[in-house]
Ligand binder design. Structure first.
Ligand SMILES: *Cc1c(COP(=O)(O)O)cnc(C)c1O
Length: 421
């Protein structure tokens, strides 16, 4: 059954192909063929993931429901910081970032597909920060699946690296002597090589994958139903996967009072949302490094959701951006005023929310990572030690293992040919 299609209208496929191919051949991105609708309000007593089978078509609803339940088995607490301004903590999963939700859902679905087909797959992922850890943790120990995570050797924090290098088993952590763009370039070359792709069953696991993107709608729906009126969501944004999931929720029937997409110095999309044409740029390094994206892939899906009407997008989504200086000052101010510690990504969103007076409308800022993942920036801002989550402390006590390569296809091919340790 063709439940997914390219944003450019071609290449209809079922969920298995959409997940295992990652991208359609016409250069677009997969989206559901029919726009999902969920009933509102949710049924009395519904669990947070009640809408997952409606949002993610293509497998039996029980299978999707089970995968969603397993992906969302940690809480999404809502903390009120100021009058009517809330933080939705999405970082209580195994790698302390919201990416755990999508990565774990995808791992459940891929496991199911692999066990049905008897095939084996290799998840090849390039990461500049949190993606590698979330994907490695989600796929760790799953039969028939190998993870190869490429990261710039000098471009990730110690904590981010440990989340990839201390697992072992079916997870190969690969430090690349180069930049994130070099890692991404290697991955793209591999995916363009049909023979290599078939030989290793290569599959991507970044937010262009529908199985990572769509389940993120769950926590928007779950947050919205906790209020007696529509809320405004403020989303710290990079590749726009998170924002896009919120807009899917909105388009599927969730009441809302608009969205803010908050960016760091990589603000091409903020400029677009303020009325300019979108111009892709190269990415700049900031203190909110998981948002350092100059040419976000998921803008394609946002445009599709609004039939490419820029003014309709701008009516629902306010665009804003925040400098590193203001990001750090926001962490300091909020800590002094309330004792609450923001991570640098959440601080970008919080700073933007503070600029925008919405009267009686509740404002929900999505908190995308635990502050303990970014101790350098956070401790400088609050002038106090930041609490380190136990999982990170434990990772420091385990042995690290990784391969190191230079950004050459031949070296990566050799590594892929080696069987998993
Ligand atoms: C990935 C990430 C983001 C950006 O999310 P997108 O879906 O790429 O827009 C924001 N904050 C943190 C902590 C992240 O890891």
């Amino acid at each position: 059954m063709s439940t997914y299609v390219s944003t450019r209208g071609r290449d209809p496929v079922g969920l298995a192909d959409a997940v295992l191919n990652g991208m359609p051949l016409d250069g677009g991105l997969y989206v559901p063929t029919r726009r999902p609708t969920v009933g509102w309000p949710p049924p009395e007593g519904a669990t947070p993931e009640w809408a997952a089978p409606l949002l993610i078509p293509g497998l039996e609803p029980e299978v999707i429901g089970r995968a969603a339940r397993a992906a969302c088995d940690f809480p999404f607490p809502l903390v009120e910081l100021d009058d009517r301004r809330f933080v939705l903590e999405l970082f209580h999963g195994p790698t302390q970032a919201f990416k755990d939700v999508g990565a774990r859902f995808m791992a459940n679905v891929v496991s199911r597909l692999v066990s049905e087909s008897g095939a084996t797959v290799t998840i090849l992922v390039a990461t500049s920060g949190d993606t590698g850890g979330a994907v490695a943790s989600a796929f760790f120990g799953r039969p028939g699946i190998r993870v190869v995570a490429l990261f710039p050797l000098d471009g990730v924090s110690e904590r981010q690296r440990l989340q990839m290098t201390t697992l072992g088993a079916n997870v190969d952590a690969v430090g690349v002597r180069g930049t994130f763009d070099d890692c991404q370039g290697l991955v793209k070359t591999c995916f363009a090589d049909g023979e290599l792709r078939r030989k290793h069953g290569l599959t991507s696991a970044n937010s262009i994958n529908v199985a990572r993107l769509l389940p993120q709608a769950i926590y928007y729906l779950d947050a919205a139903r906790r209020f007696d009126r529509p809320v405004h969501f403020v989303v710290p944004s990079g590749n726009l996967g998170n924002l896009c999931a919120g807009l899917f929720a909105a388009k599927s029937g969730m009441p809302h009072a608009g969205f803010t997409a908050a960016f760091n110095r990589n603000h091409g999309v903020a400029d677009f949302l303020r009325g300019e044409p979108f111009v892709p740029r190269s990415s700049l390094r900031t203190v909110s490094n998981a948002m350092d994206v100059g040419d976000p892939s998921n803008l394609e899906r946002v445009r599709w959701l609004y039939d490419d009407h820029a003014d309709a997008i701008r009516a629902d989504v306010r665009g804003d951006w925040v400098s590193d200086t203001e990001t750090e000052r926001t962490i300091t101010d909020v800590y002094r005023r309330t004792g609450y510690v923001l991570d640098p990504h959440t601080a970008v969103a919080y700073a933007s929310a503070s600029r925008h007076d919405l009267g009686a409308t509740p404002v929900v800022v999505l908190a995308t990572a635990h502050p303990g993942k970014f101790p350098d920036v956070v401790e400088r801002a609050i002038r106090a030690p930041v609490k380190i989550p136990p999982a990170i402390r434990e990772a420091r006590e385990r042995n690290e293992s990784m391969s190191v390569i230079t950004p050459k296809l031949e070296e990566l091919k050799r590594l892929l040919n080696r069987s998993s340790s």
